[in-house]
Design a protein around this ligand. Sequence first.
Ligand SMILES: O=c1ccn([C@@H]2O[C@H](COP(=O)(O)OP(=O)(O)O[C@H]3O[C@H](CO)[C@@H](O)[C@H](O)[C@H]3O)[C@@H](O)[C@H]2O)c(=O)[nH]1
Ligand SMILES: [Mn+2]
Length: 741
Amino acid sequence: MGGDGYLPLFETKTAKGRIAYQLYAVSVFVGICFICAYRVSHLPPTTTTSTTQDGSRWAWIGLFIAELWFIFYWFITQFARWNPIYRHTFKDRLNQRYEKDWPGVDVFVCTADPTIEPPIMVANTVLSVMAYDYPPEKLSVYLSDDGGSELTFYALLEASRFAKHWLPFCKKFNVEPRSPAVYFSTDQSFVDDDDPLMAKQWSSIKNLYEDMRNRIERITKIGQIPADIRKEHKGFCEWDLVSSRHDHPVILQILIDGRETKGVEIEGQLPTLVYLSREKRPQYHHHFKAGAMNALIRVSSKISNGWIILTVDCDMYSNNSESVRDALCFFMDEKKGNEIAYVQYPQWFDNVTRNDLYGNSFEVIQKVELATMDANGGPLYIGSGCFHRRDTLCGLKYSEECRVEWKKQNHIKKEKQNATELQEICKIFASSTFEENTQWGNEMGVKYGFPGEDIVTGLSIQCRGWKSIYFNPEKKGFLGVAPTTLLQALIQQKRWSEANFQLLLSKYCPLIYGHGRIPLKLQMSFTPYMLWAPNCLPTLYYVIVPTLFFLRGIPLFPKISSLWVIPFAYVIIATNAYSLVEFLYCGGTLQGWWNDQRMWMFKRTTSYCFAFFETILRQLGFSKLGFVVTAKVADEEVHERYLREVMEFGTPSSPMFTIFTTLAMLNLFSFVWGLIRMVIDVQINVLEALALQLVLCGLIVLINLPVYQGLFFREDNGKMATSVAYKSIMLALLACSIVMY
Ligand SMILES: O=c1ccn([C@@H]2O[C@H](COP(=O)(O)OP(=O)(O)O[C@H]3O[C@H](CO)[C@@H](O)[C@H](O)[C@H]3O)[C@@H](O)[C@H]2O)c(=O)[nH]1
Ligand SMILES: [Mn+2]
């Protein structure tokens, strides 16, 4: 369009109430200055008369360094909080303008393991994206199966059959959400007498779905494909050559060839559906998800070559059938669209319980921080729920010439070959040797060598001059599965913090690599995430040292009667009150906030700690990169505890558990000892000087209540393993006795 009549396809709004936030931030800053002044002016002298004062000077300096770190950290987080913005799209304008000229869209779904990513879940995710409200001949769905499993292939085959009923049903009755599992599990009251036709179809489709689910689940349980089913599709023959999931040739099957316009029995056309399990050989590194994505990029370029690529994890079903059109409003906006490389949706989860026991939903990061990054130049690419321009994902640099003539892009590449021929031709692109001596994984495609391939890839796209968009519509675009046990949550956090910390140490460090390539405020907004892992050191210091010195009766904070208490109290109360308000505003509960604080401490003392040291070891060449895939299922009993929001400490247990349990015990001992002292020998002066340490200790005890419960008061299988209990209690006692005597 352009010219005077130009109506944008999206608009941007700034958040309200920012002045209040900025006033708060300034007041905290003033408080911080007073704390620093106190630390400097009250430093214990080097020589002391009393022997009990030993070490207090060093402890003081250490505490000050930890506080300086927290201050610095607080300061840089302001870059991610200061001015969030929100996007709004105008789909009706888009539909009007591009009625018949839609670009091709390829959807990549990744799965890696049929045991922890159940095939029925994968099938549902695939069905939900196949059912997008988008012309089917322009839509192609690719499943990458790094598990190389015929069980997953079988589920996809079943899904391709069920799609013939499901897609027309969705479109006819405008059904939402379009994951059949979710749709049929929600309220059924809408099927009333008003629409007898729908009611009839509803039950017949539901029966079809249930039958399919039973078949898939039964075969998944058996763990292999029965002979009669094997005969149903020639694709199963491919598994004759599979020796293991780590050693097999390319398996590529075009299950639905949407390029054809005929050939579908029921109603209308279906999108193309492709199964790919790239070649795996023990002698070649496969680069985890990044490798899978690059294979998909190449294979899809030959089959459908959609202009837009949507990447989703197998557990993230589409919750909104209009997401493709929403995303296109950004790319196809005539004025601003040409500089946009990707549109990232938040990653929401549909299995988070009311009080979010494991702090999984990241409401604040997703509602405030990523929205601020959007204002600063563009959000991170976070792996799932992201629409990319194909050419930018492949390495294109931004220039004025990159402008797309959308009306010319709508023609799907039509190869002459039929599906079977095409399958054979494309196999080469997914072979394990294809990337040798190429720029794949480096200058091209998703980057290799990082636990967080997504973040680095997004950053490098931004550094090539592109902008990105964060889009968080009211009706959520994607919903995934969050970890449901404490250990899974901590392991996932370890991978994420590792990913971010490694970015800091790599040649792609945004502060250096980004210099001159992306705005300074965007460089700065990366930093809080990159410093997650190093946060473990000051946090450990803060939960250990003041407690130990409390036991020895050495004060490290101002007396309760001194005016210096005010800045400490103000900063602690103000930042916590603010974080609570922000949390509630973002939709959380009070208990949820408290749980989040607990997870914050667990993460900082365990996941981040392991990530910190492991990244350093890897940097020095002592350890190799891995990718622990998060389990999307738990056994029934564990799941039942998750629903009741009871913490899971049971087996398998981990050194991480020993660490936070030891810290909990240590603080409990000190706290009890402090109380006893208060009662039996009323040394008012001493306690007056130690009051803040007692409060700190008390808060740590309070937040750890579920840990004590798991140690001493629970009988179920989710309680703390006895070995962990013994180890932690011994360690904590040892630490106490060392400092006391
Ligand atoms: O060798 C592998 C390992 C993983 N995956 C897939 O990668 C996805 C993400 O794995 P998951 O274990 O679910 O990790 P999460 O921590 O939940 O994922 C977050 O973090 C990842 C980066 O660490 C991003 O890639 C994801 O999009 C983001 O949701 C899943 O679909 C897996 O099937 C593969 O395809 N191949
Ligand atoms: Mn996941």
